[in-house]
Design a protein around this ligand. Structure first.
Ligand code: HSE
Length: 424
């Protein structure tokens, strides 16, 4: 039984860590929502010298002023650094405070510890804004989808890379210009390589897998890359085939009861809902047992969209909402599996960089241009075990519907088509 539960009339007195894009956004949003009966008592910042758009008396650089104030019953933590964020969260939980966090890196890296701390100190820890910002994806995964219903999820979970891809391929900006714009608009991480190289997306995918399938893993367990290797030639091929290139996080429940998951660039067909997701928007397509496909869409980065999700978590504390981690604690949690085959497009400078013997079969190869490419099927485990596919200027993009489970059947079908002279 939780002895520290807030009653619904209790005022929420907030200690805020961080006053960057999200922290300042929250401050402004809260000024416009007086009905919430919540107020920010103190804000802890790192850099005291920086000019802030709020009264100086609100700020401190001393963590303990917030963490040890008995009147502060909610800590909102929206700082960049994962290590200090985890220290703040651990101390706050220990001190009996509810927490709202947007620190996706910290949550992904300390997932098991965070689960343990929540049990130990029996306090709510909410982080809807940490994945897909304004889209309430965590609460939907928690509350709506029973384990058996959730067949697969495909999502764009990083706004900056989606913004850069849109600006490059539709507005013809170059990569650098597009990235600078994403930084100026407050979408990118302080270290933008976290966005560009896929770290931010895989961090988010790590804990979304917990809410979807009860998987508690590390970001490093999931095969991922970002958009750093995508070449102009890849965009030309995509255009030819009427595809778009997106950084897609995907998870699928397999026939063996396990879950395949990855975050990789993917060719997306023009009628795929994810093709509709442009700029800093995010999108999640959920395939469920009986409802077929459902599509969630909204802004995935930026000050107010992220602050709105933080605000919704603060508000949820009023009615004692907390994650139950149903798929983990009330169902049989799933495990990750690499036991699938994937259809991939690989473009490269030289054949010597591509181990052709690793492919089950190759469907297309184009060696006539400077930028050569092939389309073929390979064991997914190859991507986990080796890294040739992201080295030497090589670019790997998944085909639409890339997952193949029934490889032997596919092989037989292909053979019979070949015998019938339909394929060469
Ligand atoms: N850098 C992140 C993104 C911010 O671009 O998606 C939102 O988490």
């Amino acid at each position: 039984m939780n002895r520290n539960r807030m009653d619904t009339h209790q005022k929420l007195t907030i200690g805020l860590f961080g006053f960057g894009v999200v922290g300042e956004g929250l401050y402004k949003v809260m000024q416009q929502t007086p009905s919430l009966n919540a107020s920010i008592k103190k804000v802890c910042i790192k850099n005291a010298g920086k000019k802030r758009n709020a009264p100086a008396s609100l700020f401190t650089t001393d963590r303990s002023v917030l963490l040890n104030d008995p009147e502060i019953n909610v800590i909102v933590e929206v700082i960049n650094e994962s290590g200090p964020a985890f220290e703040i969260v651990s101390t706050a939980l220990k001190n009996g405070k509810a927490i709202v966090s947007a620190s996706k890196k910290m949550i992904a890296e300390h997932l098991q510890e965070i689960l343990d701390l929540q049990i130990k100190y029996d306090q709510p820890f909410l982080y809807e804004s940490a994945a897909c910002a304004s889209i309430p994806v965590i609460r939907n995964l928690e509350e709506y989808y029973d384990n058996d219903l959730l067949h697969s999820m495909r999502a764009i979970v990083n706004g900056s890379t989606n913004f850069i891809l849109t600006k490059m391929f539709e507005d013809k900006l170059d990569f650098k210009q597009a990235l600078v714009l994403a930084q100026q608009m407050g979408f990118a991480e302080a270290d933008p390589s976290l966005d560009v190289e896929g770290f931010d997306a895989v961090n988010k995918w790590t804990f979304l897998l917990t809410h979807a399938y009860g998987i508690v893993g590390k970001p490093g367990d999931i095969v991922f890359t970002g958009i750093q290797n995508i070449q102009a030639g890849d965009a030309a091929v995509a255009k030819e085939k009427n595809f778009q290139i997106k950084l897609v996080a995907q998870a699928k429940k397999l026939n063996n009861g396990k879950v395949a998951a990855f975050v990789l660039p993917q060719f997306v067909k023009s009628d795929d809902p994810l093709a509709f997701v442009k700029n800093e928007f995010n999108g999640v397509v959920i395939e469920s047992g009986f409802a077929d496909n459902q599509f969630f869409y909204g802004k995935g980065a930026g000050s107010f969209p992220t602050a709105s999700a933080v605000l919704s978590d603060i508000s949820a504390l009023r009615y004692h909402y907390r994650y139950e981690y149903k798929k983990l604690y009330h169902h049989n949690p799933h495990q990750l599996s690499n036991d699938i085959y994937v259809k991939v497009y690989v473009s490269f400078d030289d054949w010597k960089f591509v181990p052709r013997e690793k492919f089950e079969w190759i469907e297309e190869w184009h060696a006539e241009s400077d930028r050569k490419y092939l389309v073929g099927v390979m064991p997914f485990a190859e991507l986990k075990e080796n890294s040739w596919w992201k080295e030497n200027n090589t670019s790997l993009i998944l085909a639409p519907e890339p997952i193949i489970e029934d490889i032997e059947i596919r092989k037989l079908k292909k053979k019979s088509l070949e015998l019938a002279g339909i394929l060469d």
